[in-house]
Design a protein around this ligand. Structure first.
Ligand SMILES: Nc1ncnc2c1ncn2[C@@H]1O[C@H](COP(=O)(O)OP(=O)(O)OP(=O)(O)O)[C@@H](O)[C@H]1O
Length: 667
């Protein structure tokens, strides 16, 4: 049995239901070392036969047996491997890949061999030297003559050291000189021990072969031996001559995709820019959200200690509640605090014993106090005890009311009213402070005392803060015969995270089924504010994200265009032995690269724009309002990659499913 046996091969093309038989029972036997020319009329079915022999056409009757093994045209992978390992294909139109240079075109076939990179490069250079192109390796196909391009195609066909070289009208587009050169190379390939099958319609070209077979009316007739072939060794039995093939590794698809992206950079850069703008908007909104949240937290934490909880006695009475809220927020002041419920020692102890509570500080507050400086009268909406949660940073001058009979006064509502310029001079002066409350019998009494100003505060909350220490407040109350029990308590928790749980626990403390306390924590409010800012940011980022749909559509359209424009390349890659999966990977890789690049550009844009914005806003807020977290960058990359991947699915599928014969025939 000959190395290649074609037995009774029949093939018809169908137009509608009508069959047009092209091959009507082809029988052909060819040995290694033989150079066979198949001579036939144009349209006689030569290309059809070559496609069948080279494993590109799977739809025919009859058998093709190579080295004793019949090709199973139903097993696609076997055929991919067959094309990779056994066949070197040379066509009339050279079929070089335009965006790869000469060396890269040859390397493309070598990448499907198990040779190491250095050996592959060596072999590519050696093959190009053999076809006389050693000094043209860096050129692109469109910089070569037709003859040179065909020689590159021959070098590529020989890359994997295949035993069979199939040449379909290899000289069809060449002048006489180049034709002679190409035929000489093909002769040399045969004398080196390979089988060369060359189809042509030119009698003259056919003369270069050892044997000419005439394809007439769909059948092989009139064999004509011109000269005996060199007896060849079987390459399968000389392992040093064969180069083991391998499926194309993913990084090669990736590298090829990268080269194509570089080659078509002008339009790809627009896609990258378009996608990056969408990603940039999403990222900027997320960064702004982070910044604003941080800013609010920063501001509030400056005003109040986030680890502290203010606890009042719970009262179901509306008036009491109003007064209690006045005590928490002096801006609501409007009534005399005569009914403020107080804490017993036992109640304070209950709070101290709660889990996560590290300190409970009692405090007394009164509303609507009056401060007399000399004859000038100023109203203080609230007079309260200085607690450890009041930030020392708010003291503009002097010190906190550490000693008895000392008071700190509010800068804006008292000190600056007293003297807009010399308000600092108030420190050390004696003032008379008074407020009205009710004694144990419910009778109104006036609490009054002379105090020394120890400091001036500018409360960051904006509320007027006038405070004395706890002992002074107790002494004042006692002096007027009113209760000196605490009206509020400041509870400190060991960690900010436990704040909400402790607030809930305090609010649920009951005696005889009645609620005891009403706890309030800034961190609970802060969490709520954070949630709202988070929602707003997400909504804005999502709206910006809509533009990403446009980006995805843009990638889809471009990829489809790219698939159409690269049909020929798809055919070439398939003829070289690349599988459908390799083709799908090629297009998917390119889309993923576009996605990745978009994410890189979006990140740079966001950092750049964010820096400018921060610079400007810092003047207003004193805080960096755009804060891009690593997490956001990761999210943007994932988003970009997912979008690109989704956008590539359909085009890549179309490319992978393309019929290799039709793809090769594409322009
Ligand atoms: N996909 C197809 N559908 C229908 N008919 C086809 C198809 N491909 C080829 N044919 C027809 O089959 C016949 C053989 O085509 P083929 O390309 O094999 O001829 P050829 O001998 O290689 O011609 P040439 O030398 O001009 O390239 C032609 O008549 C052609 O019109």
């Amino acid at each position: 049995m000959a190395y290649l046996e074609v037995q009774d091969v029949r093939k018809s093309y169908y137009i509608g239901k009508q069959a047009f038989p092209v091959l009507k029972g082809i029988n052909l036997s060819v040995e290694l070392g033989e150079f066979v020319a198949i001579l036939g009329e144009s349209g006689g079915g030569k290309t059809t036969l070559m496609n069948i022999i080279s494993g590109l056409d799977r739809n025919f009757d009859g058998t093709v047996t190579v080295h004793g093994q019949t090709l199973d045209h139903l097993r696609e992978r076997q055929l991919d491997r067959y094309r990779r390992e056994t066949i070197g294909y040379v066509s009339q139109s050279y079929n070089l890949i335009q965006h790869l240079n000469v060396l890269e075109n040859v390397m493309l076939a070598l990448d499907m061999t198990k040779l190491g990179r250095a050996a592959r490069l060596r072999r590519a250079h050696e093959l190009l030297r053999q076809v006389g192109l050693a000094d043209q390796v860096k050129k692109y196909p469109n910089q070569l003559s037709g003859g040179q391009q065909q020689r590159v195609a021959i070098a590529r066909a020989l890359a994997g050291n295949p035993p069979i070289v199939v040449a379909d009208e290899p000289t069809g587009a060449l002048d006489a000189e180049n034709t002679a050169e190409v035929m000489r190379i093909l002769q040399k390939i045969a004398t080196d021990g390979r089988m060369v099958i060359c189809v042509t319609h030119s009698e003259k070209v056919a003369q270069a072969a050892n044997r000419v077979e005439h394809l007439v009316n769909g059948q092989i007739k009139n064999e004509h031996v011109l000269r005996p072939a060199t007896p060849a060794q079987d390459p399968a039995e000389t392992p040093q001559q064969t180069i083991a093939a391998r499926p194309l590794p993913w990084h090669v698809s990736f590298a090829t995709a990268f080269r194509h992206m570089r080659f078509t950079w002008s339009w790809n850069s627009l896609i990258v820019l378009g996608t990056a703008i969408g990603l940039f908007a999403v990222m900027l909104f997320t960064g702004l959200g982070n910044g604003i949240r941080g800013y609010i937290n920063h501001q509030i934490n400056n005003v109040v200690d986030p680890q502290s909880i203010t606890v009042m006695r719970y009262s179901s009475n509306g008036k009491d509640q109003e007064e209690q809220s006045v005590a928490v927020d002096p801006a609501l002041a409007g009534t005399i605090a005569s009914h403020m419920k107080t804490f017993s020692q036992k109640q304070l102890q209950t709070l101290r014993e709660l889990h996560h509570v590290i300190d409970v500080e009692p405090g007394i507050s009164a509303t609507n106090a009056t401060v007399m400086v000399g004859n000038d009268r100023y109203s203080a909406p609230e007079l309260t005890t200085w607690t450890s949660t009041d930030p020392n940073s708010s003291l503009k001058v002097g010190h906190r009311p550490s000693g008895n009979n000392q008071i700190v006064l509010d800068k804006r509502t008292i000190a600056q009213k007293w003297s807009a310029t010399n308000w600092r001079d108030l420190v050390g002066r004696t003032v008379t402070v008074s407020y009205q409350t009710a004694n144990a019998k419910g009778k109104p009494v006036t609490v009054k005392r002379q105090l020394t100003v120890s400091g001036i505060v500018d409360s960051p909350s904006g509320a007027s803060l006038n405070a004395v220490n706890y002992a002074t407040m107790q002494a004042m109350a006692q002096g007027a015969g009113t209760s000196k029990q605490p009206t509020f308590a400041t509870v400190r928790v060991s960690m900010r995270d436990q704040n909400e749980a402790v607030v809930d626990e305090i609010n649920q403390l009951k005696v005889n089924g009645r609620q005891q306390f009403s706890a309030n924590s800034i961190s609970t409010t802060l969490d709520r504010v954070n949630t709202y800012v988070g929602i707003a940011t997400t909504v804005l980022a999502a709206i910006a994200g809509i533009s990403l749909i446009v980006s995805a559509l843009m990638i889809i359209v471009t990829m489809f265009m790219s698939v159409s424009a690269r049909m020929k390349e798809i055919g070439v890659l398939r003829s070289l032995g690349e599988s459908r999966r390799d083709i799908r990977r090629l297009f998917t890789s390119e889309a993923l690269m576009l996605g990745g690049l978009s994410a890189v550009l979006a990140t740079s844009l966001t950092y750049g724009f964010g820096a400018v914005l921060n610079h400007w806003l810092y003047k207003i807020a004193g805080y960096p309002l755009v804060q891009i977290h690593l997490q956001s960058i990761g999210m943007i990359f994932i988003l970009a990659i997912v979008i690109a991947w989704l956008a590539a699915i359909l085009p890549a599928r179309r490319a992978a499913r393309a019929n290799p014969i039709k793809a090769l025939a594409a322009r």
